[in-house]
Design a protein around this ligand. Structure first.
Ligand SMILES: [Zn+2]
Length: 146
């Protein structure tokens, strides 16, 4: 698999750890959107598109985010810390929608996306810079930062 194009939309808020949204095209045939670039302790981190996980209220069956303290539907109190834990004991609140299955592919995506992000940052300093047109997905930072 070759990454044929990376599009980067920088996020304006300078204080936020979320720095950009990206879309990545593979082999000129398949596009993955909603990849996020997040500033972590050890540099920039590329987060795969993810969705919030939810569960169902025991009383009414209503659907709730795992951090909700009360059911959206019936108002019943929901147990705390009901999210599954990852190997480091952190609550697993998000699930990847698309992700590499080996470290070689992860490295390739990380490198290409980070390079495109740095290039976009440089270009954004030039007069007449036009940001790419891209829908912005939710701006929640998934808790996968290491
Ligand atoms: Zn309920």
């Amino acid at each position: 698999m070759e990454i044929s194009e990376v599009r980067v939309k920088l996020v304006a808020n300078k204080d936020d750890r979320l720095k950009a949204f990206c879309s990545v095209t593979m082999d000129n045939e398949f596009v993955v959107r909603d990849i996020k670039i997040i500033e972590g302790v050890g540099g920039f981190f590329v987060a795969m598109p993810s969705r919030k996980m939810s569960d169902h209220c025991e009383k009414c069956g209503g659907k709730n985010h795992l951090r909700a303290k009360f059911c959206n539907n019936c108002g019943a109190p929901l147990p705390e810390n009901r999210a599954k834990k990852d190997i480091k004991g952190r609550m697993k609140l998000h699930a990847d929608i698309a992700h590499p299955i080996n470290s070689e592919c992860r490295r390739k995506i990380q490198e290409k996306v980070t390079a495109a992000f740095k290039k976009e940052m440089e270009e954004s300093k030039q007069p007449g810079y036009k940001p790419v047109e891209m829908d912005e997905p939710d701006d929640e930072i998934p808790e996968v930062i290491s």
